[in-house]
Design a protein around this ligand. Structure first.
Ligand code: GAP
Length: 453
C-alpha cells in the first residue's frame, strides 16, 4: 500500500466490506454527507463513547454527565449567535450549478480567508484567485459571487412554519444543551466551581460540500465537555485540559507522531484562545479532530440575556457572584472513529509469505474481544465444547463464534476487524480443558485453561 490515498481507499473499502460504515440511504443512490454505522461500526463507535465517558465523567469527581433534548427553544440559537452568524461562504459554478465552499477552495490553493472578512472583502479575494479554482464537476472557473450560507438545519417540529412562526432547528452544535442546564446542575448536585459538564450529542450542519468520508458530514455526534471557572481563572485550567485531551488519545492507542496542535489564528470575537488537536488523516493529512476553546463568559451571558434568567453563580464560601467562564472541549465522533481506524490499520506480510490486514485497535475499542472457533466444524463434540466456551465468555465480553473455513481464514477475518484474541477448541480441550489462545498483534499462540480465559 503506497500512497496515503490508497490507504484511505483501503480503509473505506474495509469499512464497507466488513460492516463498519455504509453510505446513508444507499439503496436510493446514497445521500451526501450521511453515513450509517453497521454491526462492527456501532460496536467501535460505542466503545469510543464508553472510553470517552469513563475518562471525562466516571473517573472525575468534578464532572457531571448530561443528555439534553435535541430540539430546543428557537431563541437558543439566536442567543448563541447561530441564526445570524453560523454560515460558510458559498458560491456556485455558473455552468453546472455545483456549490463550492469558498474558504476551503481558497485554502486548497494556499490562500487564507479570514473568518472576520466582510462579504465585499471576501468577494475581492475570491475574484483575485478564482482563475486558479476549478469546479470539481465540470472544471470551469466561472463562479457566482460569494454569499453567506447559514448552516442551521430547520425543521417544522411543533409548528407548521406559518408566516410568523420561527423554525425549530436541529442542533448546530451539541454544547448548547449544557449551557441550558448549567443552573439545573448547580441546583441539583454538589457541583461547585470549578466543575465540568460532559455530554455526547448529535449535531447537524447544512455543509456545502461534505467530504472525506466521515470527516465532514451533515449529521454527526460531538463529545463535549464544558468546564466552568471563575472569571480570569482560565489559563491554568485550560492548559491542564489541553494536556488531558492529548494524553487520552495517546492512551487509547493513537501514535503521537500522528497528532499535533494547531492554534486558531482567527478567533471568534468572544473566544480568548482556541486550539485544535489535529490528526494526520490518510489522503488529506493533518486536519482538525477536536477543538479546545477558551470561551470566556459569552455563553452564559447570552443565555441570561435572552432567557431573562440570571445564570450567574454565587460562590458558597465567599458569597461572590459572577458569570462563570467556560473552557470547552469538542470532538467529532466520526473524526475520532476515522482516526482510530486509520491509526490501527496495517497491511503485513507474514513469515510464511501470506498477507494479512490487521486493525490494531486497543482492547477497549475493539468491536469483538474474543472469537471462539471449533477446530473442525464436522466434529459435534468440538462444536458443542466451543459453544460452551462461547456461552461462558459472551456473558462478559462481546464475542463471536465462527466455524466457517479453515482456521487461517478465520484468523484473517478477525484480524481485519481488530479482534485481540482468538480461541480454538480442539481435541486436547476435550481431554484437559485447555484451549489455544492466539494474540492478534504477535500472532503467537499458547495453551491456557478455559477457567483462565
Ligand atoms: N461547540 C463547539 C463546536 O461545535 P466546532 O469546531 O464547530 O466547535 C467541534 O466542532 C468538533 O466537531 C470538530 O473538531 C469536529 O471534530 C466536529 N465537527 C465539526 N463539523 C463537523 C462535520 N461537518 N462533520 C463531522 N464532524 C464535524
Amino acid at each position: 500500500m503506497g500512497s496515503k490515498n490508497e490507504k484511505m481507499e483501503a480503509i473505506v473499502s474495509l469499512a464497507k466490506r466488513r460492516g463498519f460504515v455504509y453510505q446513508g440511504s444507499e439503496i436510493y443512490g446514497g445521500m451526501a454527507g450521511m453515513y450509517d454505522f453497521g454491526p462492527y461500526g456501532v460496536e467501535l463507535l460505542n466503545n469510543i463513547k464508553k472510553a470517552w465517558w469513563k475518562e471525562n465523567v466516571q473517573m472525575r469527581e468534578d464532572y457531571f454527565g448530561l443528555d439534553s433534548a435535541m430540539f430546543k427553544d428557537p431563541r437558543v440559537w439566536d442567543a448563541s449567535g447561530h441564526t445570524s452568524g453560523f454560515s460558510d461562504p458559498l458560491s456556485e459554478c455558473k455552468k453546472c450549478n455545483t456549490r463550492i465552499r469558498v474558504d476551503k477552495e481558497l485554502e486548497a490553493i494556499g490562500v487564507t480567508a479570514d473568518e472576520k472578512m466582510s462579504d465585499e472583502q471576501l468577494n475581492k479575494l475570491f475574484d483575485e484567485n478564482k482563475g486558479k479554482i476549478k469546479c470539481s464537476k465540470c472544471k470551469s472557473s466561472d463562479f457566482t459571487p460569494v454569499h453567506a450560507f447559514n448552516l442551521l438545519v430547520k425543521t417544522n417540529m411543533g409548528n407548521f412554519l406559518g408566516e410568523d412562526e420561527q423554525p425549530v432547528y436541529l442542533p448546530g452544535e451539541a454544547c448548547q444543551g449544557i449551557y441550558l442546564n448549567f443552573k439545573n446542575i448547580v441546583d441539583t448536585t454538589r457541583a461547585k466551581i470549578p466543575f465540568g459538564i460532559a455530554q455526547i450529542g448529535k449535531a447537524f450542519r447544512n455543509e456545502i460540500s461534505p467530504r472525506n468520508f466521515l470527516f465532514r458530514t451533515r449529521e454527526f455526534e460531538q463529545a463535549d465537555t464544558q468546564f466552568f471557572v471563575r472569571p480570569n481563572e482560565n489559563k491554568e485550567a485550560y492548559e491542564k485540559i489541553k494536556q488531558a485531551r492529548w494524553d487520552w488519545y495517546v492512551k487509547m492507542g493513537i501514535k503521537e507522531g500522528n497528532l499535533r496542535w494547531k492554534q486558531h489564528e482567527n478567533l471568534v470575537f468572544y473566544a480568548s484562545d482556541a486550539w485544535d488537536i489535529e490528526y494526520n488523516y490518510p489522503s488529506y493529512g493533518f486536519d482538525e479532530m477536536e477543538g479546545v476553546h477558551d470561551r470566556t463568559d459569552y455563553d452564559l451571558s447570552q443565555h441570561s440575556k435572552f432567557s431573562g434568567i440570571d445564570l450567574s453563580y454565587r460562590d458558597p464560601s465567599t458569597g461572590d457572584k459572577y458569570i462563570p467562564w467556560i473552557l470547552e472541549t469538542s470532538a467529532g465522533l466520526g473524526r475520532m472513529f476515522l482516526a482510530f481506524m486509520s491509526d490501527a490499520y496495517e497491511e503485513q506480510e507474514l513469515e510464511n509469505g501470506e498477507k494479512r490486514t490487521v486493525l490494531k485497535l486497543s482492547y477497549d475499542l475493539a468491536p469483538v474481544k474474543y472469537a471462539i472457533f471449533p477446530l473442525l466444524k464436522n466434529k459435534p463434540e468440538l462444536v458443542a465444547k466451543s459453544r460452551e466456551v462461547y456461552d461462558l465468555l459472551k456473558e462478559r465480553f462481546n464475542c463471536e463464534w465462527d466455524d466457517n473455513g479453515n482456521i487461517g481464514k478465520r484468523y484473517r477475518r478477525q484480524d481485519e476487524i481488530g479482534t485481540p484474541y482468538c480461541v480454538v477448541v480442539d481435541f486436547e480441550t476435550l481431554e484437559d480443558g485447555t484451549v489455544t489462545i492466539r494474540d492478534r498483534d504477535t500472532t503467537k499462540q499458547k495453551r491456557i485453561a478455559i477457567s483462565d480465559l
